[in-house]
Design a protein. Structure first.
Length: 241
């Protein structure tokens, strides 16, 4: 992994140099397919992932088999935070939402890295706090904002994480993410296309007007982005080595 690779994931890029050098040799670059499951509820994972251009979704699976997204994981974070507490503490099914590059390391190596790197453990504790706050924001968003506003927010977040305004996305997957029927997704996508904000055809989505999409979105994209930057931008000398 080169220094330019390091800059692809915001957790890795915030590590002090010595910590980064110790951890880098434990990782490999992968690009799993859309829909691949990288973690199962109540099962110890084999790998943890630090996305660069790929995006993961943590899905809550209900007893009737229906699902809704609990959180999205992109280049701002990683999956496997539950290993801070217990190998079997994961309540989610983690899917690949958008294909792209990720760095992965074995769960065993990750636990060793946590024990050896105070900086990594502190950064991930702060990231865990961000996810708690984001979960509360998501609950408010689902309760008070329209499907159109929520879809705009989700598309903006995905483009931000992907680093591109074009990505593959099925209506079925998007309906699971938003917790609504496919008909509602289809209608909302049609409204956004008629407004010339997006182009969506055969599972390929392109954002045509990012500023317009931001205007049509709820405030949650801005709020959660500011929350993350406030919590995670810590100078190296603020983290004991």
């Amino acid at each position: 992994m080169t220094m330019s690779d390091r800059l692809g994931n915001k957790i890795l890029e915030r590590l002090p140099e010595l910590d980064f050098q110790r951890i880098v040799g434990l990782m490999q670059k992968v690009s799993p397919e859309v829909g691949d499951i990288v973690a199962f509820p109540d099962k110890e994972p084999k790998w943890v992932h630090f996305p660069v251009s790929g995006v993961l979704s943590s899905m809550v699976v209900l007893e009737d088999g229906s699902m809704i997204e609990a959180s999205t994981i992109g280049n701002e974070g990683m999956d496997g935070l539950y290993l801070l507490a217990d190998p079997l503490a994961n309540p989610y099914r983690v899917n690949v939402q958008v294909q792209g590059d990720m760095f992965r390391m074995s769960a065993a190596a990750f636990r060793r890295a946590l024990a050896e790197s105070h900086a990594l453990s502190q950064l991930l504790l702060r990231y865990a706090f961000v996810l708690i706050q984001r979960g509360a924001q998501n609950g408010a968003c689902i309760q008070h904002h329209t499907i159109e506003e929520r879809m705009c927010r989700w598309l903006l977040e995905t483009a931000h994480r992907k680093g591109q305004d074009h990505f593959a996305l099925t209506q079925e997957f998007l309906s699971d993410l938003l917790g609504v029927r496919r008909q509602s997704v289809n209608l909302t996508a049609r409204i956004l296309q008629q407004a010339n904000l997006i182009k969506y055809h055969r599972g390929e989505l392109t954002i045509l007007d990012r500023a317009g999409l931001e205007e049509a979105s709820c405030e949650c994209f801005r709020v959660t982005s500011q929350m993350y930057e406030r919590m995670m931008k810590i100078p190296y000398n603020a983290i004991p080595s």
